[in-house]
Design a protein. Structure first.
Length: 258
């Protein structure tokens, strides 16, 4: 029997031509067409720029990696980004260079971060999480001074590790050329939330001035730390990080203690 020649099928009073059975190559083509239609839908729906490029150029889904590998790659990208931002600033750092410095292919950053600003923001978030992880546990009954000292001590330990990036972060966030600082700062800061909780506790205990709000006290405390750090980065004599801990807490409490 020749492929493509229909045989008649008798049904009732009429003769209906049989539909030809698709050739094997035709069937494969039809299956592939359906697969590609699905792939294109996946490409359109994908939230990752790299996924879209991969699907468009390879006509297949992008290979997936394990969660452990993704976690490791993300950490490597954050470390490489911190170095790149510290050396070149936000606008001077190149995404491809960050990927290569992390030992990954060009463009890999976009598998994990939407933009360079998003990457910058996540480096700051990792910095904040590191401070929280380094902080020593303090008994709930400890004086407010001891609790604040524990936070600043952890902050200074991490600052010693990431100070070049920290200097860049302060400059970029405060720079008018940056545009909107909101894009560069994480929406939530666990350290800030902890500081606010300490201030609230201090007010309830009567250890802090009652004529100040939690927001005011938290901002004054942050200003004491940040002001000394900025002073450290200016030309001239500089304070040691260990000294900043004691001076910042004492300076804050001198004006905040009830």
């Amino acid at each position: 029997m020749h492929i493509g020649i229909p045989l008649p099928v008798v049904g009732g009073d009429s003769v209906v031509p049989a539909q030809p059975r698709p050739h094997r190559v035709t069937r494969i083509f039809l299956v592939n067409a359906r697969v590609m239609k699905l792939v294109r839908r996946r490409c359109h729906a994908s939230s990752s720029i790299v996924d879209r490029i991969w699907v468009s150029t390879h006509n297949s889904f992008m290979p997936r990696v394990s969660e452990a590998t993704r976690t490791e790659n993300r950490a490597r990208l954050l470390a490489a980004a911190a170095d790149a931002f510290a050396e070149h600033g936000l606008h001077g750092a190149r995404i491809d260079d960050i990927s290569l410095a992390a030992g990954l292919a060009k463009g890999t950053v976009y598998n994990y971060f939407d933009s360079k600003e998003h990457l910058f923001r996540e480096v700051i978030a990792a910095w904040q999480e590191r401070i929280a992880a380094c902080r020593e546990a303090i008994d709930e009954s400890a004086p407010i001074r001891d609790r604040l000292m524990a936070i600043v001590a952890a902050d200074m330990v991490v600052m010693a590790e990431i100070e070049p990036f920290a200097r860049t972060a302060f400059r970029e966030v405060l720079s008018p050329a940056t545009g909107s600082a909101v894009e560069l700062v994480p929406a939530s800061d666990p350290l800030d939330e902890e500081i606010r909780a300490i201030m609230e506790l201090g007010l309830k205990r009567g250890e802090l001035r009652a004529d100040r709000t939690v927001d005011e006290l938290a901002q004054l405390f942050a200003a004491a730390i940040n002001g000394l750090l900025i002073e450290r980065w200016l030309p001239g004599p500089t304070l040691k990080l260990d000294d900043i801990r004691n001076i910042a807490v004492d300076h804050f409490l001198d004006g905040a203690v009830a």
